[in-house]
Design a protein around this ligand. Structure first.
Ligand code: DGL
Length: 277
């Protein structure tokens, strides 16, 4: 087997602060069914969204080191908070293609908006970094970006309150100022938000297009792998584990959540000590 063929057969490393990145992994599974995935969820240290950029970058570096021990061919930062704070550090330090979830969503939002008013909802860390506004305005300096941190959405999703009057009420409060400004495009800038997209979509109304960065990231990953000649050309053979999951704590809880959103049932998640990396 040539070196290039060996490279193509390697898995993609995907990481998140916990379970949220599974919405990104799910899109990669759908759009790139030949690719193997090694997923790491930092369940011991979640949430990242309320932490400082320095801490998030330190955690992300450790995880990138762990993923490299798993022989991955590329790394997807499947967490908006980690993408916002750590992408530049990882791009400089890791000798592998690195893909974040922010750029693909920002790019799509610029291409779909008609009135140039784009809303971004995300964690405090992502909104505080200003990264969505930066990427959007790099492509269109006239675009108006209205950002809103929605910290309660993550626990609501993790509590399973996907269709619930409580989630409805909180969403109405968070989203009212975006509605008042008249945005026509809304980026779901946190891994958990696509899970409650029907609630968000209903409240925003039909005139607002929701952009799901998880979907856009999987598309961008496909393009990147093709460009670099790294796309796996075949379904891995029998006996090869297609998807492997690692966490830093509470594997049972992770597995339960994963099985509620992935069509592919995960067999097990292995706990590792991420501080060793
Ligand atoms: N995965 C995080 C994100 O997309 C949300 C959960 C957290 O705060 O860690 O920003």
């Amino acid at each position: 087997m040539s070196e290039q063929e060996e490279m193509r057969d390697r898995p993609i490393g995907v990481f998140d602060s916990g379970v949220g990145g599974l919405t990104v992994a799910r899109e990669i599974m759908r759009q790139l069914p030949n690719e193997r995935i090694v997923y790491f969820g930092d369940t011991a240290r979640v949430p990242y969204g309320s932490k400082s950029p320095e801490t998030i970058t330190r955690f992300s570096r450790q995880i990138a080191r762990f993923l490299q021990t798993q022989n991955v061919k590329a790394i997807v930062i499947a967490c908006n908070s980690a993408s916002s704070c750590a992408v530049e550090a990882l791009e400089q330090e890791v000798d592998l293609p690195i893909l974040d979830v922010v750029r693909p969503g920002a790019k799509t939002a610029v291409s779909v908006t008609k009135n140039n008013k784009i809303g971004v909802i995300a964690t405090e860390a992502t909104i505080g970094s200003g990264i969505y506004s930066r990427y959007i305005n790099e492509q269109d300096a006239d675009a108006m970006v209205l950002s809103k941190a929605c910290p309660l959405f993550v626990p609501l999703v993790e509590e399973g309150l996907w269709e619930d009057p409580v989630t409805d009420e909180i969403a109405r409060r968070y989203l009212s100022e975006l509605i008042d400004v008249g945005i026509d495009t809304l980026i779901l800038g946190c891994t958990h938000y696509p899970i409650i997209c029907s609630t968000i979509g209903r409240i925003m109304g039909e005139g607002v297009t929701l952009v799901n960065p998880a979907y856009e990231t999987a598309r961008e990953l496909k393009r990147l792998l093709q460009e670099k000649g790294l796309e796996s050309g075949h379904r891995p053979g029998l006996g090869t584990e297609l998807y492997r999951f690692f966490v830093s704590d509470a594997a049972d809880k992770f597995q339960k959540f994963a099985n509620s959103i992935l069509t592919y049932g995960i067999l097990s998640a292995k706990v590792i000590n991420i501080d060793e990396y």
